[in-house]
Design a protein around this ligand. Structure first.
Ligand SMILES: Nc1ncnc2c1ncn2[C@@H]1O[C@H](COP(=O)(O)OP(=O)(O)OP(=O)(O)O)[C@@H](O)[C@H]1O
Ligand SMILES: [Mg+2]
Length: 472
């Protein structure tokens, strides 16, 4: 239980505050996902017999393109430190047809969790791995002091000093070896040996024969486990390879980190994390909803089939993955779609019941765009300022210039196609086109973007509908 508490203990209010740092507006959506996240945690706290009775409270986000649906879900997952998988519902086909079966998303999610936990664990042993890598590298650079020294025959009984043996000389030789090693260690740490070449044993990648298995739906896992089985029959060959000290250090550090991490406990943790805190973002759910009843032809039938396949997973079932069985009972599903032509009520009733939280996202206006450009922690304006700073150019945006970009973005969205906040990316890129091109040759240190400058860069294009279709 400790795990789930650590992972999901944010209250809805705290969640919203965090989301506010990245996403502008869409207060309702933030509120709803915060509730959904908390509901899962609440359900996990309920005593088991009652918990079974409580259905999962998943969520559908409805809204036009580019208004923050994916962004909200992604940030939410990040906050909750959850493994997060985004997948288009339209990618799935009914079991038995060519395409991906719905269970594959649980396998993918588990894989993500395994990668996530492995990375964390490797970070945890980083210090130790570094020390060990350093020792191994020093062994390569110079032979071990005492005992293993080729020039000195090791005495069979170390306690008995042979007659006539000058113990003082032996000591001083040992000391010399030690101090050489220490000297090398310091040089190594200062990076003075980086360009030297050493020879290491590395696992050769071409050692395992590649086995092609016909990969139909449901077979993906079989393919990978077969491949694994084969690599056991043909253990990886190790070959000597020359590399620079700097590369060798990195290589050994990685190898040591991998060795220090216990695979079994990683798997166990990853499965627990998938089950208790996983989030699956089902994009384009509207594409598998069927309009006007279910009896109007094959495509409809197949869509409904996918919905029926989804049901058990959303409700709670056990999926076999190569890491072991994974229960889906507490995985949070966030579905999303524009729902232009159909409505959530066009989904099969059971699925509607599993997604009881509905929320609408609003189309974004000029004021929103202005704020999106400037406010979020990762705001576009901040990004471009940082990019230009790498060229020693101090980029300055006047407020009026940012307003002008927001205004033009809205205009282009209206005249051509509404792609929401994504329009800002093309607009700003176009405005900065010239600076971006000759940033490296510029004399002046400061470049100020004024409203006039924005207009000169954009007006011609934004007035011409055909041009804007291609460029903005
Ligand atoms: N409300 C917002 N606040 C901040 N940034 C936003 C907002 N809405 C969209 N963006 C930015 O616009 C881009 C597209 O947003 P997002 O991927 O969330 O769109 P979407 O709603 O999922 O659209 P689609 O239906 O096409 O998938 C992202 O880069 C995101 O940062
Ligand atoms: Mg999206």
């Amino acid at each position: 239980m400790k795990g789930s508490q650590r992972l999901n203990s944010l209250t809805p209010r705290e969640t919203v505050v965090e989301l506010d740092r990245y996403i502008i507006g869409q207060a309702d959506a933030k509120r709803s996902v915060a509730i959904a996240l908390r509901n899962r945690w609440r359900r996990q706290q309920v005593e088991p017999s009652l918990r079974e009775e409580i259905a999962p409270k998943n969520i559908i986000m409805i809204g036009p393109t580019g208004v923050g649906k994916t962004e909200i879900a992604r940030r939410l997952a990040h906050l909750a430190q959850s493994p997060f998988l985004k997948i288009e519902a339209s990618k799935f086909t009914e079991v038995g047809y060519v395409g991906r079966d719905v269970e594959s998303m649980i396998r993918d999610l588990t894989q993500l969790a395994v990668n996530m936990v492995t990375k964390e664990e490797e970070e945890g042993v980083q210090g130790k791995a570094e020390t060990m890598a350093e020792e191994r590298l020093l062994d390569l650079l110079l032979p071990r002091p005492s005992g293993h020294h080729p020039g000195m025959s090791p005495s069979p009984q170390p306690n008995i000093i042979p007659l006539g043996y000058d113990s003082g000389a032996a000591k001083s030789e040992e000391n010399r070896d030690k101090s050489t090693r220490e000297r090398f260690r310091e040089m190594l740490r200062r990076g003075e040996l980086d360009d030297r070449v050493v020879e290491l044993e590395v696992a050769s990648s071409g050692g395992t024969p590649v086995v092609e298995v016909f990969s139909a739906s449901g077979m993906e896992d079989m393919q990978s486990s077969l491949q694994e089985a084969f690599s056991k029959f043909f253990p990886k060959k190790r070959q000597p390879k020359k590399m620079k000290v700097s590369e060798a250090l990195e290589f050994l550090r990685k190898e040591e980190a991998e060795r220090l991490v216990d695979t079994e406990s990683v798997t166990e943790k990853a499965i627990r994390r998938t089950e208790q805190s996983g989030i699956i973002f089902l994009d384009e759910i509207d594409k598998i909803a069927s309009r006007g009843g279910s009896s109007s032809g094959t495509p409809e039938v197949s869509r409904e089939g996918v919905q029926r396949d989804l049901l058990p997973i959303v409700e709670g079932t056990t999926v076999t993955t190569k890491y072991g069985p994974v229960k889906t009972d507490h995985i949070l599903f966030i579905a999303s779609g524009a729902f232009h032509v159909c409505k959530p009520s066009d989904l099969v009733p059971e699925l509607q019941g599993r997604f009881p939280i509905r929320v609408n996202l609003h189309a974004l206006g000029e004021e929103d765009f202005f704020r999106i450009l400037t406010e979020p922690k990762n705001a576009l304006i901040k990004q471009y300022i940082a990019l230009m700073a790498t060229e020693d150019i101090h980029l300055v945006f006047e407020d009026a210039a940012i307003r002008e970009m927001a205004r033009i973005a809205v205009q282009v969205n209206q005249r051509t196609e509404d792609i929401g906040a994504r329009r800002l990316h093309t607009v700003i890129e176009r405005v900065l086109d010239e600076v971006s091109f000759d940033a490296s040759d510029r004399e002046e240190q400061v470049f100020t973007v004024t409203a006039d400058y924005v207009r000169t860069q954009l007006t011609e294009i934004s007035q011409n509908e055909d041009l804007s279709r291609y460029i903005l």
